[in-house]
Write a protein that binds this ligand. Sequence first.
Ligand SMILES: *Cc1c(COP(=O)(O)O)cnc(C)c1O
Length: 361
Amino acid sequence: MTRPSELMRPEVLERAAYAVADAAGLIKLDAMENPFPWPGELEAAWLEALRGVELNRYPDPGGREITAALRAAHGVPEEAGCLLGNGSDELIQILITAVQGSGRPVVSPVPTFVMYEVLARAAGVPFVGVPLASDFDLDLPALLHVLERERPALLFLAFPNNPTGRLYDPGMVAELVAANPGVTVIDEAYAPFASHSFLPRAGTPPGLMVMRTLSKLGLAGLRLGYLAASAEWIDALDRLRLPYNVNTLTQRSILFALEHNGRLEQQAGLLRQERTRIAAALGALPGVRRVVPSEANFILFEVASGRGRAAFESLLASGILIKDVGRSGGVLADHLRVTVGAPAENDAFLAALASALGNPG
Ligand SMILES: *Cc1c(COP(=O)(O)O)cnc(C)c1O
């Protein structure tokens, strides 16, 4: 009888599938989603825009219309190419598959977004994590050393980083791009909340790629990301893309959403304000040891030694789901990550956390 273990690598089988917490009935502040639903009249207009979509036909394989709309809305450089993905997760997978045969590793500062390592290992590509500095900015000398030693195929820089929220020093990022003999992928998943972007430089030099997603802006359910890079690279990577990776409903909905981009940007602005408010409140809470400066729509904070899990559980008991990123210890021990929610959700979170930290045991 054929069993997975006979045919699949142990490295893949040993890993648990990507776990998503059940948020039913909870205030959901764990996954960097935009908390605001569309108002009724906008939803009605969107449903109207979906009328007549031909579900019996395959989608436009190249997503030409949404690519043009995205390029215009975000200012992708004219000379750069653009590849669409079913979320940026798919683009990470395409990039790793593309370099699989090179024998060169994937490098990233750690802790960072787990999919770089997960997808590298799934593809049998070595992953080298370079620890961040204690303030969670880049350790530039260590990274330069690893670039020289490993000659990676891909260097992933989440900018701002997840789960720390920190925007790396742009000067250090530029130095890494210049020193990296391989491709540098700047993952700007949190661009709507950040003060700096490398998108205007995508493709120059040719090893510089910038990845974006619409998930964190407020369209996580549609699954759309894109990669901006030199035309030569996009042309090469396009050979690995599944023909109809962005479905018709997503294409039509994204077009509609981009026509109403102002509303999403307005929501992002409100979330940035709320981020400032939560960070200040966290900083003033006894029992919170540090609040990491964030340029994303979430905040990483550290509670007293050994209290992280209990604080998380106590919030959960109060009906609030955040992320216990310190679960597996290391530099993130006792660190919790909270997504910026709607004002009332944030108030509920802050009140519950205050009581969680004030009543130990
Ligand atoms: C959320 C996230 C992504 C994945 O986004 P999708 O487009 O929803 O797949 C990619 N990179 C980072 C750093 C993220 O935090």
